[in-house]
Design a protein around this ligand. Structure first.
Ligand code: G3P
Length: 214
């Protein structure tokens, strides 16, 4: 299973890279805005430290506009993946970009039918947003299970990036289902390490070790 970091915060990405846990990065316009930098410069900065796929999202509404943005993003680094919204125009762009071997990540996916269409269009990745579904009392992880079942049945090559992750259990459930990738905010990644009994155990072993010193 691959771990992507869902942020444009270069310091947070560096920490995950140092741990050898950052297989890629996903961004969106909101995350770029939070970084306080312009998109091109922050993506180029990220590309200097991350070898894996880096998803970059544009704002065009129609396929020609999306293709133009994709061609521009692709010049920034060799590992750019173009995020395309789950619309008819988006899937037209995906079909074209796929024929040009430009990798795509179909984003804002909220149903299995959308994921199926994205896979048929030749998307490299599809991103179901689990947290945003949970927020409106729908079961985000059930959607991931449905998509994986469909992709498996037809041997689609499209990989599932579980996105809009809110807590470590989303990551664990993704792993249990065999999702290819979980993209998580830096704070969720941090939380995955923690357990109070680990801290308590370390403190106790240190105390007991000290008692053996004469
Ligand atoms: O990057 C896409 C997605 O992960 C955004 O998540 O937290 O804004 O729902 P969120």
């Amino acid at each position: 299973m691959k771990f992507f970091i869902d942020t444009a915060d270069v310091e947070a990405i560096k920490k995950a890279v140092e741990l050898g846990m950052c297989d890629g990065v996903t961004t969106n316009p909101t995350l770029i805005m939070k970084s306080g930098k312009d998109q091109k410069s922050v993506i180029r900065e990220i590309a200097k430290i991350v070898k894996g796929p880096i998803s970059v999202e544009g704002i065009a509404d129609d396929a020609p506009g999306m293709i133009k943005e994709a061609e521009e993003f692709s010049k920034w680094a060799p590992n750019i993946v173009v995020k395309v919204p789950m619309t008819k125009e988006g899937l037209k762009a995906v079909r074209y970009l796929s024929s040009k071997e430009i990798q795509t990540n179909v984003t804002l996916v909220f149903s299995a039918s959308q994921a199926l269409l994205a896979a048929k269009a030749g998307a490299t990745y599809v991103s179901p947003f689990v947290g945003r579904l949970d927020d409106i009392s729908e079961n985000g992880m059930k959607l991931v299970a449905d998509i994986l079942e469909i992709f498996c049945a037809y041997d689609f090559k499209t990989e599932v990036i579980v996105a809009s992750i809110r807590h470590p259990l989303h990551v664990v459930d993704s792993a249990r289902m065999g999702a290819h990738i979980a993209t998580m905010p830096a704070d969720v990644f941090e939380k995955m390490f923690r357990h109070p009994l680990t801290d308590k155990g370390i403190a106790q072993f240190k105390d007991d070790y000290a008692k053996t010193k004469k």
